[in-house]
Write a protein that binds this ligand. Structure first.
Ligand code: ZN
Length: 187
């Protein structure tokens, strides 16, 4: 993506989002950034969005828990499955008072972090990755994949995200054990 297009993208988010801060994260692949941006605009094909557009859906139930209607904040934050993953995530990432119920709350949390620029970028990377992998898990369920337990899902995040962060964030000295224990940047 050209820097001009990236700039336009961020500008557009600022225009539409008011207080929302969209942090473009150069450590993460383009597809992950674009996904989070579309999530912010609530333009991903969640069932409630499809129904709103008049598309007939046989079941409105969330694919992760099969208990409640699928919507953005439910799938990513308040679903029992997502909550279990998010709780683990908060502990692993060392996020104090990590009790997130909505997308906006997550954005506010990142915005209000009192930390270094580099660490903020790391935490943004982790949060975006969390959302990305929840979405991927949801889509796999849609197409009949076997249910992955939250702890298996956690392993996947650690494994996939480490490559993005280590390579693009220039954190080559970080060991796998350090990463699994608590991801942190060297200041
Ligand atoms: Zn659910």
């Amino acid at each position: 993506m050209s820097s001009q297009l990236r700039h336009q993208l961020v500008e557009r988010v600022y225009d539409q989002g008011g207080a929302f801060q969209f942090y473009w994260n150069s450590w993460l692949p383009l597809r992950v950034n674009c996904f989070v941006w579309r999530l912010k605009l609530n333009r991903i094909p969640l069932i409630d969005n499809l129904v709103y557009k008049g598309i007939r859906i046989s079941s409105r139930l969330c694919k992760l828990c099969n208990k409640e209607d699928e919507g953005r904040d439910h799938v990513f934050f308040t679903c029992d499955y997502a909550k279990e993953v998010c709780n683990w995530f908060g502990v692993w990432a060392g996020l104090v008072n990590w009790d997130i119920g909505t997308f906006e709350m997550m954005c506010d949390y990142i915005r209000d972090l009192v930390t270094s620029k580099k660490n903020r970028k790391l935490i943004t990377s982790l949060c975006y990755s969390l959302l990305w992998f929840i979405w991927k898990e949801r889509n796999k369920r849609l197409f009949g994949a076997r249910v992955k337990k939250p702890f298996q899902f956690a392993d996947d995040i650690q494994l996939s995200c480490v490559n993005w962060v280590k390579n693009r964030g220039k954190m080559g000295k970080m060991t796998w054990a350090e990463w699994c224990c608590r991801p942190k940047v060297s200041e």
